[in-house]
Design a protein around this ligand. Structure first.
Ligand SMILES: *[C@@H]1O[C@H](CO)[C@@H](O)[C@H](O)[C@H]1NC(C)=O
Length: 333
């Protein structure tokens, strides 16, 4: 190999190393000096087991924490150094998930933006976006997010969370919050709340509300604001006798599931390797109603929420390392 080739190779290796170190080094102990980055501008020591001590020390002003060939060090930003620990809330290379905290994540559904999704790792596991398992053993992986992020941010993803809709339980407080005249839908239950509506009106400068039930076997239609014979697509009959407002995304109510997704697309169903991990729901809008169709992947294949295709490998969301996962407020079980 010529000197020129060797030089080129060295540059390439350095580049790969730099790219790799920028992406992976948060909370990763470096064997050279037994240190790890704690945050973009904070450093921490590692213990005898090569695990971060989680006790931060600030880099001097104008310095950032960088891991490199000579260990983990505070380096001046003036020399072009880019600090580690900047991959929190960023979707991984496969656009499957983003770590949103040391223990939490959100699905990306094939986009580069974390979706309105809350996932959490089981105790003893941390979220790491260089590890395609999503949740890796704490003793083997440093979390992608800084422990500093956990104390300053809650687990809400950076995507715009919809403004909280006022509760329809009380017509007066509902109308006081809505502050607009009209008839409003009350809920999703086919036999009860889908037949009800709240009428809001202004009287003597005060917003007032009254709850009504549609006559006979009619349902409230939010589009027309009137009672009609046809049942809106979001209405469903809850399974069991509990009056929970959480919609279980089961084959029995994909319409209700799609009413929560509010987008024409394919969506994951659950986290159970032997059942719901093989399923997906296609949501679409028909005459102003969200409808859903449930499908099962063929053979022994599983649904990949990023590629939106069935694959042979078990998705990373389908292990006991993932404690909980929800999408648009629907628990994926
Ligand atoms: C989804 O598919 C992509 C592309 O094949 C793959 O890289 C990724 O690991 C898969 N995601 C999961 C969670 O299995």
């Amino acid at each position: 190999m010529s000197t020129k080739d060797t030089q080129l190779l060295n540059w390439l290796l350095l580049l790969i190393f730099l790219v790799d170190s920028v992406r992976s080094a948060c909370n990763v102990c470096n064997s050279v000096n037994s240190m790890a980055c704690y945050a973009v501008d904070q450093i921490q020591a590692c213990d005898a087991n090569n695990l971060p001590t989680r006790i931060p020390f600030n880099c001097p002003p104008g310095y950032v924490c960088v891991s490199g060939a000579s260990g983990v060090l505070c380096r001046p930003t003036a020399s072009g150094s880019i600090g580690d620990c900047q991959d929190c809330n960023k979707c991984d290379a496969t656009n499957t998930f983003a770590c949103t905290g040391t223990n939490s994540f959100a699905l990306c559904l094939g986009t580069t933006t974390p979706q309105n999704s809350l996932g959490s790792c089981s105790p003893g596991y941390v979220c790491n976006n260089m590890n395609d398992q999503i949740c890796g053993l704490e003793t083997q992986f440093g979390p992608t997010c800084s422990y500093a992020d956990d104390t300053t941010t809650t687990a809400t993803p950076p995507t715009a969370t919809p403004a909280p809709t006022p509760s329809t339980d009380n017509a007066a407080t509902y109308c006081a919050a809505v502050k607009a005249p009209g008839n409003y839908a009350v809920g999703d239950y086919a036999e009860t709340t889908c037949r009800q509506y709240i009428k809001c009106f202004l009287l003597n400068g005060v917003w007032r509300g009254q709850k009504y039930t549609c006559p006979g076997k009619t349902y409230f239609n939010p589009t027309t604001g009137l009672c009609a014979v046809s049942m809106p697509g979001n209405c469903y009959t809850p399974t069991g006798t509990t009056t929970t407002t959480t919609v279980a995304p089961t084959t029995s109510n994909p319409n209700a599931y799609c009413a929560k997704m509010q987008s024409q697309d394919y969506f994951p169903v659950g986290t159970n390797p032997s059942s719901t991990c093989r399923q997906y729901i296609y949501c679409h809008l028909l005459n102003g109603r969200w409808l859903g169709n449930m499908y099962t992947c063929p053979g022994n294949t599983y649904y990949n929420s990023s590629t939106k295709r069935c694959q042979t490998g078990l998705p990373a969301t389908c292990t006991r390392a993932v404690a909980r996962l929800s999408l648009n407020g629907v628990e994926l079980i």
